[in-house]
Unconditional design. Structure first.
Length: 171
């Protein structure tokens, strides 16, 4: 440093600052190997605890997303039926990750549920939304159940009131 700035070589304040810097630098120490290994072990233990919990949360959110998506499409079918004065249908196959929606008598659009979710109905369910605001389900009285592919005990149920066409998502 002093070679670059020869005019500072004789300056006592520059020399004092250099000595102070050298003293501070000589006291610097890094982490020891055991300290680093303890920190890595703690991180590993925390990850081992957190990852399964996080995966469960992700599965729950996927299932919530699937239920909300299907409920939204049921409401959309009802809305389009009343606005376009034509019947709309929604078809849910057994144990499937897809379903179909569209106007009655025309080709149906296929929709996919979010990854990791499937329908859990014992039979195929067809819901018809009438232009008068009513809804019918065949077979009648069967709630729509969605399940997680990874954990079949996690389910969400969608109820359709056939008289008012009200769609309700239950946990």
């Amino acid at each position: 440093m002093l070679k670059l700035f020869p005019e500072c070589a004789d300056n006592p304040s520059v020399e004092a600052m250099k000595r102070k810097f050298d003293r501070v630098r000589s006291r610097e120490r890094g982490f020891t190997l055991p300290e680093v290994l303890v920190v890595i072990a703690i991180i590993g233990i925390l990850a081992a605890i957190a990852i399964p919990t996080w995966q469960s949360v992700i599965r729950d959110r996927q299932l919530d997303s699937a239920a909300n998506q299907l409920a939204s499409d049921l409401r959309l079918a009802n809305n389009r039926a009343t606005n376009q004065l034509t019947n709309y249908i929604v078809v849910l196959p057994v144990n499937s990750a897809t379903y179909q929606i569209g106007p009655f008598g025309r080709p149906l659009d296929s929709r996919s549920l979010p990854d990791g979710t499937r329908t859990r109905n014992p039979t195929p369910v067809t819901m018809t939304f009438g232009s008068d605001g009513t809804a019918a389900s065949a077979p009648s009285g069967i709630p729509i159940t969605l399940r997680s592919s990874a954990d079949s005990s996690k389910t969400r149920t969608i109820d359709l009131n056939t008289e008012t066409a009200r769609v309700k998502v239950d946990s």
